[in-house]
Design a protein around this ligand. Structure first.
Ligand code: HSE
Length: 438
């Protein structure tokens, strides 16, 4: 068997430790499948003495990730530290400039600097693989980067954050509070170091930024994504949606429109019984609508050490299998020079159905006033339901749920401003978009 491929790994947290265990326990199988052995030569992490279930003494320890990334003793630099800036950015750049292949699970880094890093990789003729950065164990990058090259994508959407999906699923199934569900997700190792990145939608946006570029051949543009997390979703929303035949999911959606690309992350109602509505717990799913292939969806574990390390190991094996001197495919599916600027489609022109929950004063004429405000904006209603006030809510108040037919975001905003001016609203209106599925 020819010479082994030597890894330098930065970051020995949940994913890094799981990767080391895969490489250590499956050395013979991996060597067989890749045609050469995979060995770890150097490692680096913040805390040398942490208990990780394996001994770092077997490898050369580096305090400095940049020194490891550019070391003569490695062929592939594996970046599992996370974070958009340094040290991850400096180390990945150093590795690419030193002609090392790079494997990373760092979606924040790629969302912010992916184009620049892709350019460096192309110049150096090395691979930059990042399967684990989007949807953990689901091999979606390979599918979009390679298998769908002959397709024209019209929409890519999915559940891209396991923590949010876990929270929404448990809130619905067990009536648990948002905070308790989040604590459980953190204890299980799904959540980001800073969980606000999960619940405010940033983590989904990072992943969607990468998928949008692969889908539409545009430069990665995380700032062009409309962002709303799940922190304002209540049990009342979840129950009302279910009674109307829907389930609430945090979706990342990128659609090609006549005015550009509409990329958005927000909670959305999806019909009960649809494939995406059935994705529960920490599971992720990515759906692609494209021609000529049609619609396809992949689902699987989107977070957790083993699933994510499986994707990282796959990326390493792809590098091990590549023939030396062989030209590698472009990092973002097409050469960086051919990527187009991301033309952003304004969210106010987003078209779709809407779920609106209003807490109103239970007085004669309230329903008529709301219907008038909707009619003024040419909004057609699919249903309007008054629910019984629950728990400690005043009997003078009543929750009203409206579901609209397709309209524009601007029309909904105007109508809700009108309802607010009428003075019958208690608190703020809740508005959740309904995702139209093919
Ligand atoms: N915190 C992420 C999630 C992990 O919950 O999906 C993978 O990015």
């Amino acid at each position: 068997m020819s010479n082994s491929i030597r890894l330098g790994i930065s970051g020995l947290g949940t994913v890094g430790a799981a990767l080391v265990k895969i490489v250590e326990s499956q050395d013979a199988e991996l060597a067989e499948r890749c045609g050469r052995a995979i060995t770890i030569t150097g490692v680096n992490a913040r805390n040398k003495g942490a208990d990780r279930g394996f001994s770092t003494d077997n490898y050369t320890w580096y305090d400095d990730p940049v020194a490891l990334a550019s070391s003569d003793d490695i062929d592939v630099y594996v970046e599992l530290m996370g974070g958009e800036g340094d040290p991850a950015l400096a180390a990945v750049k150093a590795a690419l400039k030193a002609g090392k292949h790079v494997v990373t699970a760092n979606k924040a880094l790629l969302a912010a600097h992916g184009v620049e890093l892709a350019e460096l990789a192309e110049q150096a003729g090395v691979l930059l693989n990042y399967e684990a950065a989007v949807a953990g164990g689901i091999p979606i990058i390979k599918v979009m980067r390679e298998s769908l090259t002959a397709n024209s994508v019209s929409r890519v959407f999915g559940i891209l954050n396991g923590t949010c999906n876990y929270i929404l699923t448990r809130m619905e199934d067990e009536g648990m509070s948002f905070d308790d569900c989040l604590k459980d997700a953190q204890a299980l190792g799904f959540a980001e170091a800073d969980p606000t990145f999960d619940i405010e939608g940033n983590d989904t946006a990072h992943k969607l930024a990468i998928l949008t570029s692969l889908a539409f051949g545009t430069r990665i543009a995380p700032d062009a994504i409309y962002l709303e997390g799940i922190t304002k979703i209540s049990i009342e929303d979840i129950e009302a949606a279910r009674d109307l035949g829907y389930r609430i999911k945090l979706l990342g959606v990128a659609t090609k429109t006549s005015s550009g690309v509409e990329s958005r992350v927000h909670p959305a109602l999806v019909p009960l019984g649809s494939a995406i509505a059935e994705i529960g717990g920490v599971t992720n799913a990515v759906s692609i609508e494209a021609k000529p292939v049609g619609s396809l969806m992949m689902s699987g574990p989107g977070a957790g050490g083993d699933a994510t390390a499986s994707a990282v190991a796959g990326d390493i094996c792809d590098i091990a299998k590549a023939r030396p001197g062989h030209q590698h495919g472009p990092v973002l599916g097409q050469p960086v020079t051919s990527l187009t600027p991301h033309a952003r489609s304004a969210m106010r022109s987003h078209e779709g159905g809407y779920f609106i929950r209003l807490n109103v004063l239970d007085k004669p004429g309230t329903m008529a006033a709301i219907a008038t405000r909707m009619a003024e904006q040419d909004i057609s209603l699919e249903s309007i339901v008054q629910r019984r006030a629950k728990g400690t809510a005043s009997s003078e108040q009543a929750p009203i749920i409206l579901v609209t037919h397709e309209t524009t975001e601007q029309a909904i905003k105007n109508a809700l401003e009108g309802v607010q001016k009428d003075g019958r609203l208690v608190g703020e209106a809740q508005m959740i978009r309904i995702e139209t599925l093919g």
